[in-house]
Design a protein. Structure first.
Lengths: 328, 310, 370
């Protein structure tokens, strides 16, 4: 057992701590992510997978992400919810690091975990991530772009021009995919090993743990049981209920992506009805119209009178009084 | 106490062997026999009646060893083990093994607080998975249950066809209905309209104009008590059947419902039968030319108070 | 003998009810036998996928039942009723999108579960039957995805199914019969919709529940395989019971999957295309994402022609499934450590990478279709 301890490679250490830490924090981060999505505080288009990975690995991405987004102009999504989510992730990650690192120290290093281990490991990993990940991002983007263009030009050669589309797509993908994947895996291993080195140096300063194997296992196992169960569980359930209520309030009742067939019509507010104004307007209109009718009737009477002058005075009496204009 | 396997068996004169098997009666669940090894000279099946006393390690018989030897040899083929037959609760009643077979708790499970914590934690998380979807599911299922009312006026005919006062005349009409995603369809409905004399009108309105309100309480229409035309919903307020205008041998001309024989007079008042309230009057408009319009409403059947449902 | 009146804690009402049932049914012992199963090497997150699959199935059944309150499986109303659910019923869009993404989650978890069992060598003796039942369950999950896809009756649904059933037609001897059986005729129509509906809603759920029960029973009879490495001392030190630790891990896994499906429902709610018509128009038929790799494979020239299509669509996948079924019987080596089984490890990587490669190729290929 002692040999295993001495010879544990930094990569193994890094992976052995980072992998559980990521997954330990994830359930809590996801609950908030779902709430923010329901509230419309964040939107992701094509890069959902990447966003998920960034969130999963938030101990190391929390500072790297803004650097990548702003420095390299590469967005994973929009909305204030993303920044909020990563800020909420900080205390979650500190706690997760604490639980996992203490387990690891006891079981694998056989050392007493020092106080504040979670906090220490968190800010150190965040720092490593902030420096390493943007570099990794740059390298991978460049390598992928180069590989893709290289492979495209490869297929311009006469020898390969005849290869049909489906085959060509798969061969191209296989070539640049493997190159990019290899570089990615290599860089990730380097990054993990850096974190592992950092953890190992923290462990070197720690006191050895004197218990036998079974007792060490029992220690880290019981570490997960809070001293005040009732309080922790009530707090957890209470928070969950509050988040659920927020979720119910925020959840859109009808689909945020309606189909052309069934878009809800824009409801225009009815203009306010002002009775006095309406009456005045109507009265004015009526007066206008009656005046018009009168004028027309007069014209008609004059026209008839003109016609009848020619037809003799006997008929003039009939046309004497034009009919009184009736109010409509 | 039940005889234990491997106990020594002693007759009045000497020890004859050990209990190798125990036979249980499948119906009474009681031990019926023990099988004794007879120290190698062939097992014998001994009825419990021969047993004098039983202790943890010895079974004492009240007979002589010769009598036991005289019993026929034990036939194993006539029996099966308790694992090969399903007899409910049998294992609980049998205590024939001396001692117990035990399995240790794994080290990690010895802490009771730990077990209860994870059990409660599991319940909490399970609850928190179900809770967010409970409300949306309820609203989802309730969507069509409370429909807003359609207060549109429908033309149903002309009062010209009413020839006499205080006589019920049926007006049939078609109503356009669009349900959810179904294409628009028409359903046939009917109302009974009366040209009422002042006496009957008084019985219908009882001195007050009839106000109709929508779900929010805003007034939709008021039937003035001096308009002589009254329209009754075609559905009987008892259980919703369609009723008729008929000549009754005692009560005269009445509205009569064939389903459960509710009888109403011309003003809709209940004369006989199980109807809980009078006929439901509907909003009615009659134009100068005699064109009748109503708002189609339906009310909950079987209740004393009038509760609008459509 | 005088009995001092000690105020003893009276059993609560619930405790009395439990005691009543326990007397008659042996509840406490049954519970103990179900829950107190020692997991050698301790509960593990890697083991959660089986329970998570059960959870996903229950959620699919629940959301599916809710959808059936409004969906009608007739060619004249299937599309309209689905659009009604999405646009008019309160939160209908969310429940439908949950059901849709839940099916994706199920396929992903099935792959994860099968991979975990394979890598841990938990298909080897004495667990051969669990593996075989598991393969049948895998087929049922794929069947669910295929039959459910048709139900909205939009262009995507109709044409993906048409192409899919045509592929099945290529099976020798039984192909034409099977295709006509599924279509309920020579071409897809109302009969197809009715058949796919009853298969999706009655036959497959019954089959899944029966086989899942068998799967669990066989698993219990064999016991958990446990980790593939570690000294006996290490394994014993970490051993705990199924309840509460593994159950707790299972439920956290379920919560993560539940949240992920909700997140996907928000990211891409279900949007239908136009209603299905016999003319595909500009639409390029495509199956669900988990069939895309097969779909792309069939575009390769080596699988052109009648024999080629048979080879690529039926023979190759069939042979692969047969290999998986035969696996516990050809791989007799009791070694379960994946790092000491190079063929298994390399084989798994090759299969996973190939599926990934052809799935992504199919997506890239969309650009080249016009």
């Amino acid at each position: 057992m002692a040999d295993e301890r001495e010879s544990m490679s930094p990569t193994k250490i890094g992976l052995g701590v980072l992998w559980p830490t990521f997954w330990t924090g994830l359930p809590i981060k996801l609950a908030f992510a779902v709430l923010f999505l329901a509230m419309g505080l964040m939107h992701f288009e094509g890069r959902l997978g990447l966003a998920f990975l960034m969130l999963l690995a938030s101990p190391v991405t929390v500072f790297a992400l803004p650097i990548i987004t702003m420095g390299l102009e590469s967005h994973i999504g929009e909305g204030v919810g993303i920044a909020l989510l990563f800020m909420i992730a900080i205390p979650i990650d500190v706690w997760a690091f604490g639980v996992v690192a203490r387990t690891f120290f006891l079981e694998k290093f056989r050392k007493e975990p020092p106080d504040g281990l979670g906090m220490t490991l968190w800010w150190k990993s965040a720092l490593v991530g902030a420096v390493f990940l943007p570099i990794l991002w740059l390298i991978i983007s460049t390598v992928t772009a180069t590989a893709i263009s290289m492979v495209h030009s490869l297929f311009e050669i006469e020898l390969f021009k005849g290869i049909p589309v489906a085959e060509r797509i798969s061969i191209e993908l296989a070539i640049w995919g493997s190159i990019a994947s290899l570089v990615l895996i290599l860089l990730l291993l380097i990054g993990i090993s850096l974190v592992g080195r950092m953890i190992r140096s923290t462990a070197e300063a720690a006191q050895p743990a004197s218990d036998n194997y079974q007792r060490l296992i029992t220690r880290w196992d019981l570490m997960r049981v809070p001293s005040d169960q009732g309080l922790m569980l009530t707090a957890l359930t209470g928070t969950g209920v509050v988040l659920s209520l927020l979720f119910w309030a925020a959840l859109p009742v009808t689909t945020p992506h309606p189909h052309e067939c069934c878009k809800k019509p824009e409801v225009k507010a009815q203009p306010p009805f002002k009775p006095l104004e309406a009456l005045n307007k109507d009265e004015k209109m009526i007066a206008q119209l009656s005046a018009q009718v009168e004028a027309l009737e007069q014209k008609k009477a004059e026209a008839e009178a003109e016609k009848d002058k020619g037809k003799g005075k006997a008929k003039a009496g009939k046309e004497s009084a034009p009919p009184a204009p009736k109010k409509p | 106490m039940q005889p234990k396997l491997k106990s020594k068996v002693r007759c009045t004169d000497r020890e004859i062997g050990e209990v190798t098997k125990v036979v249980v009666d499948p119906l009474s669940h009681e031990i019926s026999h023990i099988v004794v090894s007879m120290n190698g000279s062939g097992e014998r099946q001994v009825a419990m009646g021969h047993v004098q006393a039983v202790t943890d390690s010895v079974v004492e018989l009240r007979t002589q060893s010769a009598d036991i030897l005289a019993l026929p040899p034990f036939k194993r083929d006539d029996y099966v083990t308790t694992h090969e037959v399903e007899i409910a609760h049998l294992e609980e009643k049998l205590h024939v093994t001396p001692g117990e077979v035990l399995v240790p708790f794994p080290e990690l499970e010895k802490n009771v607080k730990r077990r209860t914590f994870f059990m409660n934690f599991t319940h909490a998380i399970g609850f928190l998975i179900g809770l967010p979807i409970a409300f949306p599911i309820l609203r989802y299922l309730m969507k069509p249950m409370y429909q807003p009312f359609d207060n549109g006026w429908l033309k149903i005919g002309n009062v010209g066809k009413i020839k006499q006062d205080d006589i019920g005349v049926q007006f049939k009409y078609k109503k356009k209905v669009k349900e959810a995603y179904m294409p628009e369809s028409e359903i046939e409905k009917n109302v009974w309209i009366l040209k009422a004399t002042p006496a009957v009108l008084e019985k219908v309105y009882q001195g007050k104009d009839m106000e109709f309100r929508d779900a929010a309480g805003k007034p939709v229409w008021t039937n003035k008590k001096d308009i002589p035309y009254v329209a009754f919903s075609g559905k009987c307020p008892h259980l919703g059947c369609g009723y008729k205008w008929r000549q009754h041998k005692v009560l005269g001309q009445v509205f009569l419902c064939p389903c459960h024989l509710s009888i109403y007079d011309a003003s809709g008042k209940v004369l006989d039968g199980p109807a809980p309230r009078p006929l439901d009057a509907l909003p009615i408009k009659v134009s100068a030319a005699g064109e009748v319009e109503i708002i189609d409403m339906e009310f909950k059947a079987g209740t004393k108070s009038q509760i609008r449902i459509i | 003998m005088e009995q001092p009146s000690i105020p003893s804690t009276q059993p609560t009402a619930i405790e009395k009810v439990i005691a009543f049932i326990d007397e008659r049914v042996g509840l406490k012992q049954m519970q103990a036998k179900m829950l107190n199963e020692p997991v050698p090497g301790g509960s593990r997150w890697a083991y959660v996928f089986g329970s998570v699959l059960l959870f996903i199935f229950i959620m699919q059944a629940l959301t599916g039942i809710l959808l059936m309150f409004y969906y009608v499986p007739t060619a004249d109303h299937a599309y309209a009723s689905t659009q009604y659910i999405i646009h008019d019923v309160d939160y209908g869009w969310f429940l439908l999108s949950y059901h849709f993404w839940g099916s994706t989650a199920m396929v992903v978890c099935v792959f994860a579960h099968m991979s975990q069992v394979f890598l841990w060598g938990a298909y080897k003796s004495p667990r051969e039957m669990i593996w075989l039942v598991g393969l049948a369950l895998f087929g049922i999950v794929m069947g669910f995805g295929f039959t459910g896809y048709l139900l909205p009756w939009d262009q995507r649904a109709y044409w993906a199914t048409t192409v899919g059933v045509e592929i099945m037609d290529k099976t020798p001897l039984l192909g034409d019969f099977m295709a006509r059986f599924l279509k309920g005729g020579p071409t897809p129509g109302q009969m197809t919709l009715s058949r796919f509906f009853v298969i999706h809603v009655m036959i497959l759920p019954a089959a899944l529940m029966g086989l899942a029960g068998l799967h669990l029973f066989l698993f219990r009879a064999a016991g958990p395989a446990g980790p593939f490495r570690g000294t006996p001392e290490e394994i014993r030190a970490k051993t705990d019971y199924f309840f509460p630790r593994q159950i707790w891990k299972d439920i956290v896994g379920m919560a993560v999957v539940f949240a992920s499906i909700c997140a996907l429902a928000f990211w891409e709610p279900v949007v239908l295309l136009e209603e299905a018509t016999p003319d595909p128009g500009d639409y390029h038929p495509e199956p669900e994402w988990y069939f895309l790799f097969l779909f792309q494979l069939l575009r390769l020239k080596i699988f052109a022609g009648e024999f080629g299509q048979f080879l690529g669509a039926i023979a190759l996948p069939g042979a692969f499934m047969a290999l998986l079924a035969a696996l516990p019987f050809i791989d007799r080596d009791p070694e379960r450590n994946i790092f000491k089984r190079p063929i298994a490890l390399i084989g798994w990587i090759v299969v996973m990478v190939s599926i990934l490669l052809f799935t992504v190729s199919a997506i890239i290929n969309r650009e080249f279709l016009d």
